[in-house]
Design a protein around this ligand. Structure first.
Ligand SMILES: NC(=O)c1ccc[n+]([C@@H]2O[C@H](COP(=O)([O-])OP(=O)(O)OC[C@H]3O[C@@H](n4cnc5c(N)ncnc54)[C@H](OP(=O)(O)O)[C@@H]3O)[C@@H](O)[C@H]2O)c1
Length: 249
């Protein structure tokens, strides 16, 4: 057992190297980002904002900077009022240096088709969003969101099959996947054995009862083992990075 001692400041370059996706990917690599309170809550008053910190925001933004695509469930996209990923000088420079597209698209998962064509996810974006849905969503809605500019993917019958969803992203050359939740989508990815890395910020806060935890919904057949890849600490917040353990692959 080791006691974590205060260490040197980690600059932007070191952070980028720490959180880099594996090189020469030939299959999707799924990183999932979450923030939770010390007592396990994923929300305060229905949002994740009350749990975050400047350091957590930095790691969250880095997740977007290094990814080919940002994957998110409709519940989160609607609750957190998602728009397309924004252009920033740092993001553009970093992505150009890493040989990535200027802005990663957002891929939103909605089995029922609950994202309206007027959503800022579809209208307030500089790159076309990807809408991943199931065969059970209304055909007319699919046409409306496609007409509004979305790339619509049907991946599954009743629900979205997360494996098929990742294959559709891979077909578009999008292998570095940064999933920003939420809990329902995360539970499905865990159950399907598709989570490669979890970036979890633990906030120094007791949120109390009533909030959802970071995985919610479909139970998994068996727990997935993780190994701790890095720990950063800032102002009482812990930024943990876990990799799927070799024996769980
Ligand atoms: N603490 C954090 O870091 C964090 C991160 C993200 C979200 N959150 C919070 O979590 C809450 C949202 O939770 P949530 O569980 O609703 O989030 P979610 O997983 O983003 O959204 C759930 C919805 O996404 C769609 N979905 C996800 N997986 C699907 C699948 N396999 N097949 C078909 N549809 C699928 C469904 O949409 P349809 O109903 O349209 O079919 C489902 O109702 C918000 O309060 C948000 O603030 C917290």
């Amino acid at each position: 057992m080791h006691l974590l001692k205060p260490g040197p400041q980690v600059d932007d370059q070191a952070l980028e190297e720490l959180y880099a996706y594996p090189s020469a990917l030939t299959a999707p690599f799924v990183q999932v980002n979450f923030v939770a309170s010390a007592d396990g809550a994923a929300t305060v008053s229905g949002r994740s904002r009350g749990l975050s910190s400047p350091a957590d925001k930095k790691v969250f933004a880095l997740g977007r900077d290094l990814a080919d695509v940002v994957l998110v469930g409709a519940g989160t996209a609607l609750a957190e009022q998602y728009q397309g990923v924004k252009h920033t000088e740092l993001r553009a420079a970093r992505r150009e240096r890493l040989g990535l597209s200027e802005i990663p698209p957002i891929a939103v998962v909605t089995g029922r088709g609950s994202v309206p064509p007027s959503s800022p996810l579809i209208t307030a974006t500089s790159v076309p969003p990807i809408v991943i849905t199931s065969d059970s969503s209304p055909v007319a809605w699919r046409k409306e969101v496609a007409d509004a500019g979305a790339d619509v993917v049907v991946a599954g019958d009743e629900r979205v099959d997360t494996g098929l969803a990742l294959s559709a992203l891979a077909d578009r050359g999008l292998l570095r996947v940064c999933c920003e939740g939420g809990p329902t989508l995360f539970a499905d990815l865990i159950a399907d054995g598709l989570v490669d890395q979890l970036c979890l910020t633990v906030a120094p806060l007791l949120a109390g009862a009533g909030a959802v935890r970071i995985a919610d919904g479909l139970p998994s057949a068996a727990p997935v083992g993780l190994s701790l890849a890095s720990v950063l600490a800032d102002e009482g917040f812990l930024m943990l990075r876990y990799r799927r353990a070799a024996e769980s692959r």
